[in-house]
Design a protein around this ligand. Structure first.
Ligand code: CP
Ligand code: NVA
Length: 307
C-alpha cells in the first residue's frame, strides 16, 4: 500500500493501470478481512473531512463507515453549513482543514475546485464526484468486475446513455487497466472529446463512441448505464427522457451482449428510464454488489493514500 502514500485521488488519469489494480486488489483484501473479522485498523486515530456540495447516499456512507472500520473518524460537512457556503475561499478552507485532519474528501460541481483544494491542502484530497468525473466509483466497479469475471484486462465494457462524469471515469479507468470501452450516447450528449482521445491514447484495447446502443453492446462482457439527468440537471429531466428513450438498457439490449454479460449501474437508478425493472432486478444485475464494494474500495483508497 505504501507506494501511494500522500497522493491525491483526483482523477484516474493520475494513476497507472498497475496502481488502479493495486487499489482494486487492496479493496478485495480489505473486504475479505472484514468478512473474516481480521482487524485492519490502518488509520487508527486519523480523521477525514468530507465536504458535500451535492447529495449522496453511497459515497458518504462508504467513506464514513469505512473510516470508522479503519480505526479513524470522518466528519460530514455539508457546504450548506460550512463557511464555504458563505463565500470562504477553497484555498483558505484547504489550509485550515489541513491543520485538523489527515485527508479531505470533496463532492462538488467543478473539477477545478477539487484541483484547487488539493493544491492548497497539505493532506491527500479525494474527488468524491464532480460534474466531470467520478473516479472512486470506478475502483468499486472494477472490484465488482474482478469478482464476477475474474479479471479486468481484455474485457469489454459497453456504456449506454449520457456522456457524463461516470462515462469519463470509465473511459480513462478502463483504458488504463487494458479493457475495451464502447459507449453509445445521443448526439449532443457525448462525453468530452478530449476524454475519448485521452482514453484512446492510454489504452491498448479499442475505445469507441457511437450513437447506436446495439453496436456498442456487441460482444460486451459488461453493460453499464447511469441516470439520464445527473445532479444539477434536474430542470432538463423531461426533455432528456425524450432524447434518451432509445438508450434504455432492457432485456433486448442485454441479449445482444456476450452470453453471461453482467449489468452495472452506479446508482441511484431510475427504473423504467435508463434501465428496466427486469434487468435491474434480474440475474445479470450486480448493482448491489457494486454498491457494497464502494465501502471496501473507499477503505482501500483511504488506507493507501492517507499517511
Ligand atoms: N453512486 C454514487 O456515487 O452514489 P451516491 O450519489 O449515493 O453517493
Ligand atoms: N451521473 C450521476 C452519478 C451519481 C452517482 C450524477 O452526477 O448525478
Amino acid at each position: 500500500m505504501s507506494t501511494l502514500k500522500g497522493r491525491d485521488f483526483l482523477a484516474l488519469a493520475d494513476f497507472t493501470g498497475a496502481e488502479i489494480e493495486l487499489l482494486v486488489d487492496t479493496g478485495l483484501l480489505l473486504k475479505k478481512q472484514l468478512k473474516e473479522g481480521t482487524p485492519h485498523d490502518h488509520l487508527k486515530g486519523k480523521s477525514l473531512a468530507m465536504i458535500f456540495e451535492k447529495s449522496s447516499t453511497r459515497t458518504r456512507m462508504a467513506f464514513e463507515v469505512g473510516m470508522y472500520q479503519l480505526g479513524g473518524q470522518a466528519l460530514f460537512l455539508s457546504s450548506r453549513d460550512l463557511q464555504i457556503g458563505r463565500g470562504e475561499s477553497i484555498a483558505d478552507t484547504a489550509r485550515v482543514m489541513s491543520r485538523y485532519v489527515d485527508g479531505i474528501l470533496i463532492r462538488t460541481y467543478k473539477q477545478s475546485d477539487v484541483v484547487d483544494l488539493a493544491a492548497y491542502a497539505d493532506v491527500p484530497v479525494i474527488n468524491g464526484l464532480t460534474d466531470w468525473s467520478h473516479p472512486t466509483q470506478v475502483i468499486a466497479d472494477f472490484m465488482t468486475i474482478k469478482e464476477h469475471k475474474g479479471q479486468l484486462e481484455g474485457l469489454k465494457i459497453a456504456y449506454v446513455g449520457d456522456g457524463n462524469n461516470m462515462l469519463h471515469s470509465l473511459y480513462i479507468g478502463g483504458a488504463q487497466v487494458g479493457m475495451s470501452v464502447a459507449a453509445a450516447c445521443p448526439i449532443g450528449y457525448e462525453p468530452d472529446a478530449s476524454v475519448v482521445k485521452a482514453a484512446q491514447a492510454a489504452g491498448q484495447e479499442t475505445i469507441t463512441l457511437t450513437t447506436d446502443p446495439h453496436e456498442a453492446v456487441q460482444d460486451a462482457d459488461i453493460i453499464y448505464t447511469d441516470t439520464w439527468a445527473s445532479m444539477g440537471q434536474e430542470s432538463e429531466k423531461a426533455e432528456r427522457q425524450k432524447i434518451f428513450k432509445d438508450y434504455q438498457v432492457n432485456a433486448a439490449l442485454m441479449a445482444k451482449a456476450r452470453p453471461g454479460a453482467i449489468f452495472m449501474h452506479c446508482l441511484p437508478a431510475y427504473r423504467g428510464l435508463e434501465v428496466t425493472e427486469d434487468v435491474l432486478e434480474g440475474p445479470s444485475s450486480v448493482v448491489f454488489d457494486e454498491a457494497e464494494n464502494r465501502l471496501h474500495a473507499h477503505k482501500a483508497i483511504m488506507a493507501s493514500i492517507i499517511n
